[in-house]
Design a protein around this ligand. Sequence first.
Ligand SMILES: [Fe+2]
Length: 164
Amino acid sequence: MSGAIKPAQRAPGAARGQGARGLPDERLDRLAAEHLNMKHILQQLSSMAYNFSSLPAEQATKELSSLLEQFDNELLPHEHDDEEQLYPSLVDYLKGDDPLGALSHTHRELFRMIGLLRHMNQQLATQPSNVDLKEIQILLIRLDTLLALHFSLEEELYQTLDLR
Ligand SMILES: [Fe+2]
């Protein structure tokens, strides 16, 4: 499944990392706004990672479905767009052979973990007695750590491309 993502490639013949080049202001503002608009998802994920297994089963099921819905409607389209549209357009601003390789790896991990969470959510709906809420909580903790790291690495990167 993770093989579907190709590394962001520099166009043939394009210069690599041409020093002090910045992204246009309006693009930087849009990137910042997109992350800001998704902070509520990070907050919800963090709070569920903290107490998920102590929630009553019915509430746990409801909250997990609501989180996945927000992933589907907001987070996943954003992250796919980062990987498929944004990253290839950033490569020429950066030095190194594969400057976005590590960040692309975090995208793949995010997609994998969310797929796993979706599977667990389906099990919770159909065979709740076979599901251990603690196991889901461990996955939520890992996802929370990864997503917070991913956002902060991207924000750090965009700052280096902000010459204002
Ligand atoms: Fe991203």
